[in-house]
Design a protein around this ligand. Sequence first.
Ligand SMILES: *Cc1c(COP(=O)(O)O)cnc(C)c1O
Length: 461
Amino acid sequence: MQYVSTRGGIAPVGFAEAVLMGLATDGGLLVPKHLPRIAPATLRAWSGLRFQDLALEVMGPFVGDEIPPEDLRGLIERAYACFSHPQVTPLVEVAGLRVLELFHGPTAAFKDVALQLLGNLFEYLLARDGGELNICGATSGDTGSAAIYGVRGKEHISIFMLHPRGRISPIQERQMTSVLDANVHNIAVRGSFDDAQRLVKALFNDLPFKSEFSLGAVNSINWARILAQMVYYFYAWAKLSKGDPARRVSFAVPTGNFGDVFAGYLARRMGLPIDRLVIATNRNDILVRFVHTGVYQVGEVHQTLSPAMDIQIASNFERYLYLLYDGDADAVRGLLEDLQRSGRLQVDATRHACVKVDFDAVSVSDPETLEQIQATYAASGYILCPHTAVGVKAGGSRGNLVCLATAHPAKFNEAIRLAIGHDAPLPLSLQGLMDQPARCVELDASADALKALIRSTLNAA
Ligand SMILES: *Cc1c(COP(=O)(O)O)cnc(C)c1O
C-alpha cells in the first residue's frame, strides 16, 4: 500500500515510512492512496474472529508486503496481550444501551488500543531498518500515559514527556511518573500546558537539533493510530450483526481530534455496513458547527468535564477534507490557507450536503453530561466516564446504536462524584498506583533547558 500527503507535496511512500514519518514533510497528513473494499461475504467470514485475528485481516492490506503477515501477527498479539479483558474491546449491554468498552488497556483509556500497537511497530521497524527514535511530547492528560506505556522498555526508543507541574490530575500524573523504565523521562514543567507545548514546538522547529537527536512525535495524526482504531468498528459490527451484511449499525463517538470518528468513517468507506456516525462533542463544538453549516471556524477552548475533548483544532480533520474533495490536494491546500489566514474555512454547498450524509453531530453541555451519567447509573448501576456520557447523550434513541466508551470512569472521578455522589471503583490497573515510587524531573519553561536535558540524557545513555 502506498501513502500520499493530503497536500500533494511528497512522492508516495510505503507503510513503514508513513508510520515513522508521522506528519508528511510538506506539512500534510498521510493517507492511503486507495482504500481496500471489503466484500459482504468477507465481512460475514470475519464475523467470528477474535479481536487480534480480525485486526490482522483489517490492517493487512494497509501494511501490504512490507511486514510479513507472521511478523504483523506477532506485533498485534503482543500489543493486546496486556489488555485486561480477553475480548480486548468487549461490547456490553447496559440498560438497553450498547457500550463498546475501549478502556481495558494499561492506562484505562482508549488511546492504548492504538499506542500499544504503535510502540511495537516502531520497535520492529527501527530494529529492522536501523535508526533510533526519541519521542518528545507534551500532555495534559491521557495521551502522555498511553504513549509512555506504548514504548516503555522498548529498544531503540526513548520518550520525553512533558506535563505542566501540578496541573494534571494526581492519577494521570502518577500513571506517567511511576513508569521507571530507563527509556522513559517524565518532565514536570514549571508552567502551564501551553508553556509545555511551546517548548516541544520550539524543539521540533530547531531542525538541526531535531535531526541530531532523531526526535519524533506520537500525536494523533500518526496513520497507524487511525489504522488500529478501525479494527474495533469491525469488531463491534460483527458482534451486533452476527455477520449479517444486511444489518447496519450506528456509532456514537466522543471526539476531539476527529481521530476516532474518522476511523469509523474509513471503515464505512471500506464497506462496513455503518448507518449513522454521530460526532459527539462537549461545549468545544467546532466539528458540530461544521457539520451543520459547512463552516469550520476556530473558537476559544472551553474547559469542560470531558477534558480529553477540550480541543478546537481537530488535527485529523484535514484527512477528511482530502477524501471529501476526492483527493484534490490543491483544493485542500487552498482551504487550509483560508483557515491559516482567517481562522475559518468553508466547503461548497455540494460538499456540505455530503458532510451531512456522512455524519450526525451533537454538542453536549456539562450539565447534560452529568445528567446522563446519573441517569445511566440509576437505570443500571453502570458508570459512564464523562467522555462516554457525551457520546451516549449525543447518540440518543437511534436504533442499532453502539456507544464508544473511551475511558474508565475512575480516571475522571471528580466528574463522577458530581454526578452520582461517590467515586467509581478503581480498575485493577489503577489500584495501588498512588503508593508506587515515582521518577520525574522538574524543569523551567525554557526551550534551552529542555534541549540541555535531552542532550545530557541521550549522551549519557
Ligand atoms: C483522546 C480522548 C478522546 C478524543 O479522541 P479523539 O481521537 O481526539 O477524537 C475521547 N475520550 C478520551 C477519554 C480520550 O482520552
